[in-house]
Design a protein around this ligand. Sequence first.
Ligand code: AMP
Ligand code: GLY
Length: 425
Amino acid sequence: MKVLIIGSGGREHALAWAIRKSPRVGEVVCAPGNGGIAQVARLVNANQKDVNDLLRPVVAENPDLTVVGPEVPLALGLVDEMQRRSLAVFGPTRAAAMLETSKAFAKRFMQRHKIPTANYAVSATQEEALEALELFHLPVVIKADGLAAGKGVLICNTKKEAQDAITGLFSGKLLGTVETSVVIEEFLEGEEISFLVLSDGKHVAPLVPAQDHKRIGEGDTGPNTGGMGVYTTDAILDPQMREWIMNHIVQPTIDGMAAEDTPFAGVLYCGLMMTARGPMVLEYNARFGDPETQAILVRLESDLLEGLAACVEGRLGSTEFRWRQGASACVVAASQGYPGSYITGQQITGLDEAAKITGVEVFHAGTTLLDGSYLTNGGRVLAVTAAADSLENALGLAYEGIGKIHFDGMYYRRDIGYRALKSRA
Ligand code: AMP
Ligand code: GLY
């Protein structure tokens, strides 16, 4: 099979790396890819924010399967356009991706299908939102309805902060785009878990659960990022809790979407808060998480391509997934200044030494290859990932790997997985 992957991050590097291992694969092509992905795939140019531009490599390469990584092409309807042309594509349609692209849609959907989530109000005007705010305790969470690359969620400790968030979203001052709908939400407390499943629209297959570290600073401080590190272990969720999440959250979501004639096929990412009242959905994503995917895929022993093809062909019910026992960890190296402004073009050294460590995979999130050397080309630059028999060993390997790597301004959190280690100590 010839496989085309859309995207350019660490997630797509991990997808390309895992797909390349399939005995069914002939060639992997990635549009547009990055410096590291070029090691495992042939790169072709494309603007990820333009469906017509993305259709060019699809038509020119004629792949047997296209795998869509990021959310923007899903929101733009790339999958719908490909399905219209009878081209095999892994990812949800635009209507199904609304679970991610509209928080108001997702909240109302969960209410219709009795899926546990925080109490909320959706308001279409600033006046309505300010009035609804009076019904909430502090702290309160204010969310932009649409995609905002992680910047659309504001946790407000005072009423003034919440009012400013609401006016800032409706005026466009906060995100640069005027929101036409804002979600006000009850603040939930607990541990966050990324629970990802594959679905063919009817059947589901869970991936190993993961815990992301979204804040830039150690001890979970500072602004939110795309994710600074992640770990997976068999102990994150016990079998009963996993079963509960499948029965009360995952399957009702897939069944609800099917019942509403917008079946969800692809990867459904449930961002869960493990509250005292039980697991609740914080958000859905309609795609693989980044860096969750890197940590998840180093533990997958079965053929990823076969699993993705089973989703597209509606035969996930008869597909088995085998996982390596133990744990995995992924530590992200970021450019100084991220998630704010940062410079690019810094030379990266030590990649070969890191990759030589048995069990370590260095996935590239934002790099370019120029005259044989790798340069930084993004906020998140590398995702150093390892699988091992225990979390201690997986973290040890990932940190040993990242310790070999250097670029000017390189920053990484030294406390990935610390909460899991502490709770066991
Ligand atoms: P979201 O994009 O909806 O996942 O929100 C980004 C992050 O904001 C989440 O990963 C949580 O850390 C936090 N968050 C979102 N909603 C809530 C909530 N209702 N209560 C507490 N934290 C939240
Ligand atoms: N790591 C969080 C996300 O992919 O949305």
